[in-house]
Each structure stands twice: as structure tokens, then as C-alpha cells.
Design a protein around this ligand. Structure first.
Ligand code: AP5
Length: 215
């Protein structure tokens, strides 16, 4: 069992890059944000617990996150290669992930730190639109759909994530600084941190990651 991590502030392009990497690599994309949003939509108890934190842009408690990630890992075969997106987000989650992977004979090989200037993060988040049916992600200026408000893939309606409103975006960026940035040093000390300029065109950033995985 191997894992790579896409680490970056809200809007750094973790989900967008993961979508591209899924087709060029054999890593399995696991996004805790997507798992939580699915649980909220389905009205599952874990979703009900997570909803109020997500609406405010706060982190969902570590115990809830570790439960959903551990349940997920238990389902997969030992040969699986994970690409975690938005997880881990605290030092406790990072340490618990190390333990869970080690108990399955696995380890983290690369942590890609997606570096993007702050003003670009805010404009990416405020212009993001997501398909209500299939979850495809667009940006009103950078990556627009062919027809405004309509998904290219399934023709579903596009919506703005509730946590992409300005006040919540600013809080999410603050929460990243306070609770997640310390992971950069944690993984640098372990010798697995790779910094990626993710402020560039997504194809260039993706090619950089693919090259690092191959080397
Ligand atoms: P989550 O869903 O993980 O949100 P996030 O980390 O805030 O990240 P985003 O999904 O907002 O951004 P992204 O980096 O994926 O950017 P994207 O590719 O969409 O988490 C949501 C909430 O769930 C959290 O606030 C928390 O409450 C909870 N949660 C989740 N995991 C948790 C955990 N482990 N612990 C505790 N709580 C947890 O791109 C953004 C926009 O930019 C898009 O419009 C896209 O089209 C555009 N774009 C992307 N790349 C480019 C590019 N290269 N050029 C131009 N535009 C681009």
C-alpha cells in the first residue's frame, strides 16, 4: 500500500490536478472533502456531524475524519496506491495516517505541496462552479464550461459551493495557515516533500508531478 498526498491551501487546485492525474497514473483519488459532501447529501450521521464545521470553513474533528478514512482503507486491497486530496490536514491526522499505512505495510512516497499566491487562491475559489450531478469542476474565467451554467460532461446544472462565499473563503485560508501549514515541515523532515508551482497552467503542474512520480 503506497500513498501520495496533494497538500495545498483551499483553491490550490488539489481536486483539479487529482482529476488529471487519475487518467495518467494508477493512483486512486481519495478526497475527504468529497466524502464529507457525499455524506451530507445522503443525510448520513457523519454528514450531519460534519455539516456545521464545513459551513463555517472550520476543520471537521480528527476522530470523524480518521473514521471515514480508516473505513475506506479497510475496503481496499493491499496493492492499492492512494492519492489523498485534502487529507491529512492536522499533525494528528498525519501521524494517524502514518500508523494506519504502516499497519498495512504501506508508506507515503511523495507529498506534493501545491504553491499558489494568496490572491490567486481567492479568485479561483470565488469563480469556481461545480456540477450538481457529476461533480465536474469549472471556473467562470479560467476553465469555463462551453455553455455558461451547464456541465460539459453531463449537461447538469452548475452551482457555487456554499463554502466558497467570501467570508468562509477567508476563514478557510486562515484555518489552513493555523492548522495545516505545519504539515509542510513535518513532511520535509521525513524527506518526502516536493514543492510544485501550481499557479501555472494545470497541465504544466500535472506534468511536473507525473515526472516526479516517475523519477
Ligand atoms: P475540501 O473539499 O478539501 O476543500 P479545500 O481544501 O478547501 O479545497 P478546495 O476543494 O476548495 O480546493 P482545491 O485545492 O481542490 O481546488 P480546485 O481544484 O477545486 O474541504 C472542504 C471542507 O471539508 C473543509 O473546509 C473542512 O471543513 C472539511 N474537511 C475536508 N477534509 C478535511 C480533513 N482532512 N480534516 C478536517 N476537515 C476536513 O480548484 C479551485 C478553482 O480553481 C476551480 O474553479 C478550478 O477550476 C480552478 N483551477 C484549478 N487549477 C487551476 C489552474 N491551474 N489554473 C487556473 N484555474 C485553476
Amino acid at each position: 500500500m503506497q500513498a501520495i498526498i496533494l497538500l495545498g491551501a483551499p483553491g490550490a487546485g488539489k481536486g483539479t490536478l487529482a482529476e488529471g492525474l487519475k487518467t495518467s497514473t494508477d493512483y486512486l483519488h481519495v478526497s475527504t472533502g468529497d466524502m464529507l459532501r457525499a455524506a451530507v447529501k445522503a443525510g448520513r450521521p457523519v454528514g450531519l456531524e460534519a455539516k456545521s464545521y464545513m459551513e463555517k470553513g472550520e476543520l471537521v474533528p480528527d476522530a470523524v475524519i480518521m473514521k471515514i478514512v480508516t473505513e475506506r482503507i479497510e475496503q481496499d486491497p493491499p496493492s492499492v496506491k492512494y492519492m489523498f486530496d485534502g487529507f491529512p490536514r492536522t499533525l494528528d491526522q498525519a501521524s494517524m495516517l502514518d500508523d494506519v499505512l504502516a499497519s498495512h505495510g504501506g508508506r507515503i512516497t511523495h507529498v506534493f505541496m501545491l504553491d499558489v499566491p494568496r490572491d490567486m487562491l481567492v479568485s479561483r475559489l470565488s469563480g469556481r462552479r461545480v456540477c450538481k450531478n457529476c461533480g465536474a469542476v469549472y471556473h467562470v474565467q479560467n476553465i469555463p464550461p462551453r455553455v455558461a451554467g451547464v456541465c460539459d460532461v453531463c449537461q447538469g446544472p452548475l452551482y457555487q459551493r456554499p463554502d466558497d462565499c467570501e467570508a468562509t473563503v477567508l476563514n478557510r485560508l486562515e484555518v489552513f495557515k493555523k492548522q495545516t501549514e505545519s504539515l509542510i515541515e513535518y513532511y520535509r523532515e521525513k524527506g518526502v516533500l516536493v514543492k510544485i508551482d501550481a499557479g501555472r497552467d494545470r497541465e504544466l503542474a500535472k506534468a511536473d508531478i507525473v515526472a516526479r512520480l516517475g523519477s
